[in-house]
Design a protein. Structure first.
Lengths: 75, 575
């Protein structure tokens, strides 16, 4: 097997999952907040599903992003 | 057939994306391309490129393993099947997957892993010689390329139906993105994206059952509403209606479900289809290789929540503008009347509950599922082409870097051929049925050959090859018989009340039986393989190394028992 570049830190698969979910969570939270006064024409929109799901994804994404963040120099 | 029926969706554009939805989709594309470039730096050797360096943990290999079978074709097709046939569709996720996945992990994985084979055709070569490898490799390579093209066309057609996108635009954007990240990072890139897709699918689809069950008033109320709307309680029972072909909407019998689906089709697919087995071969040690399918099985049991439940919910909550119950119809009727078809269940439920943002997440999950399906097929094709065809028959003594370059080029060429097959399918939709049927021709006999090869020392090279060939010919023969004369189904399924869904199950069962009988008979008539050649390949002459687990919590068999107990409890709960 070829020798790995010691300076290149491993980016965990879970880190990729974390940052994507964190980004999506934040987008949904912002969208959900803007919908509070103007709910979309969907069933059960009064339960604020976009905002609630945004919070869930933000917490999930933040946990995985922090827990699996790269600890060395990237490139 | 359910799966491929998705691509026949018709009708007008269902919805359109808001700017926030496009932002969510763009974020996904940016990340997958970044992952491709990131993984390129770690794909220097053939082991890196084709088997992700055999560095994957049990969790990653396990999620990738289950995700490789969780494409959007499956999601949309089985949600439609749940609407059409009720909870019986769950059998494809439980008895049609869980026992086979556990069997792969506990019984078969040690042989695949310690033989250090790079592929399933590679194992066949070690056990049965070049003939069996060539037959298996050629059929697999052709099928993966065709399936990649079907995925491509299906994604384009769903995007056209749901969002009004141009078909060629979707095909080329999807293909270019997948080709880029698989060519750069090989299997590692495909695995990272499959794990990402698994998380995305849950993030994008979980709101449908959650909000749907709230709207329906819980599971008990949902069952009552379905019974009223369809006039039968058969749609919410897994087993009670399977005593007779006539008693259930699918027209199947429990013997077909247990032996045809639960044994032959399921074991054939999950233990010998290289597309899924390749993910487990990337595990970083024997314990991880045994645990990966067990972890995959645990997650697989949860998938009906986002696939089957939305289909059942649609039977209860979907209404016409006048408040009457909406009835979805088959593709032919939908095309003629402009109604929605069964296969539009998932998009319809997405539109029902998801506003801007959530809609983008759901659409991104579907796109990710389609692209992951293409990537899985094309990365498996690239491996089988390079190792089992090019490296075995064309250029046996090239350098390792040459094989990596061949892997990259075969990815690009494979994707171009897939694009060609996508356009072929677009112009001749009937081909899709045959593509799926072709897969089923090989899977059941292949399982017979591999399982006898692993468990029976006396199986010979000639026996294995003859059994594989005879089983495949028997499967093709039964398919041609039933398609040229539909009345023949009563003989294949052993009942005049059998419906087309039963055909696949019994055809698989008989072709497996033919394969096993021919393998046994020919093996007994030919010279046994010397024992020293079977070491590392066959049960009984192979010392299985300890997998390194110390405590009971680390033992794959313990977790396999936990999963199988939960599997039985779930079946009893929904009996």
């Amino acid at each position: 097997m070829a020798k790995r570049d010691e300076e290149t830190a491993e980016l965990s698969i879970w880190f990729f999952c974390g940052i994507l979910m964190l980004a999506y969570g934040l987008v949904l939270v912002v969208t959900g907040i803007t919908e509070i006064g103007h709910p979309p024409a969907t069933v059960l929109a009064e339960l604020q599903p976009t905002l609630c799901w945004g919070v869930v994804l933000t917490v999930f994404g933040a946990f995985y992003t922090i827990r699996f963040r790269p600890k060395h120099k990237w490139f | 057939m359910q799966v491929l029926a998705v691509v026949a969706m018709t009708g007008g554009q269902l919805t359109k994306l808001a700017p926030v939805d496009i932002l969510i989709l763009m974020l996904y594309f940016v990340l997958v391309v970044f992952i491709g470039f990131y993984a390129k730096g770690k794909a220097n050797t053939s082991e890196d490129f084709f088997l992700a360096g055999r560095e994957m943990t049990a969790w990653i290999a396990g999620l990738s393993f289950v995700s490789a079978n969780l494409g959007s074709l499956e999601l949309m097709g089985w949600a439609g099947a749940a609407y059409q046939y009720g909870i019986l569709a769950t059998h494809w996720y439980w008895i049609g997957a869980i026992p086979a996945m556990l069997f792969l992990g506990i019984v078969m994985m040690p042989f695949y892993y310690i033989s250090k084979t790079h592929s399933v055709p590679g194992y066949l070569q070690l056990r049965f010689g070049e003939g069996a490898r060539a037959t298996s490799a050629v059929s697999f390579a052709v099928m993966t390329i065709l399936m990649s093209g079907v995925n491509m066309y299906a994604m384009a057609l769903v995007m056209k139906t749901v969002l009004g996108w141009n078909i060629s635009f979707s095909i080329w954007i999807g293909a270019a993105t997948v080709a880029l990240y698989v060519m750069l990072g090989g299997l590692r890139s495909a695995i990272i994206n499959e794990v990402l897709q698994f998380v995305l699918i849950w993030a994008g689809a979980a709101m449908i059952p959650i909000l749907g069950l709230i709207e329906a008033g819980g599971w008990t109320n949902l069952k009552a509403q379905i019974a009223v709307n369809v006039g039968s309680s058969d749609y919410t029972h897994l087993w009670t209606t399977l005593g007779n072909f006539r008693d259930n909407p699918m027209g199947v019998h429990w013997t077909g479900i247990v032996f045809g689906l639960g044994f032959v089709i399921s074991f054939g697919y999950w233990t010998t289809d290289f597309l899924v087995v390749q993910r487990v071969l990337s595990a970083n040690n024997l314990r991880a290789a045994k645990m990966a399918p067990v972890i995959g099985a645990a997650f697989k049991m949860a998938v009906p929540l986002i696939v089957i439940v939305p289909g059942l919910l649609a039977l209860s909550v979907l209404k016409n503008p006048d408040g009457s119950v909406m009835h979805l119809v088959g593709e032919d009727v939908a095309r003629a009347t402009g109604q929605h078809s069964y296969n539009e269940v998932l998009p319809l439920m997405l539109i029902r509950y998801c506003g801007p943002g959530l809609m983008g997440l759901g659409i991104t999950a579907l796109v990710a599922g389609f692209m992951s399906g293409m990537a899985g097929n094309v990365s498996a094709f690239s491996t089988v082409w390079t190792y089992d065809l090019y490296g075995a028959f064309i250029n046996k003594k090239a350098s390792d870097s040459h094989y990596v370059a061949m892997g990259r080029w075969s990815t690009v060429i494979g994707m171009l051929v897939s694009i060609g097959s996508a356009y072929l399918v677009m112009n001749a939709a009937g081909i899709m049925d045959y593509v799926q049927a072709l897969f089923s021709f090989f899977i059941a006999p292949l399982f017979g050959t591999v399982i006898l090869g692993m468990l029976w020392k006396r199986a010979t090279h000639a026996g294995g090859f003859a059994g594989l060939l005879a089983g495949t010919v028997a499967s093709i023969g039964m398919f041609a018989w039933v398609h040229s004369s539909p009345a023949a189904l009563r003989y294949v399924a052993m009942s005049d009340a059998a419906k087309p869904m039963a055909e696949n199950m019994y055809r698989a069962l008989w072709s497996w039986v033919v394969c096993v009988v021919v393998t046994v008979v020919v093996s007994m008539m030919t010279k046994p393989v010397p024992m020293e050649q079977l070491a590392g390949l066959v049960y009984g002459v192979t010392p299985i190394p300890h997998d390194g687990s110390k405590t009971i919590w680390e033992k794959p068999i313990f977790w396999a028992v936990v999963v199988i107990v939960v599997f039985f409890i779930l079946n009893l709960l929904f009996w």
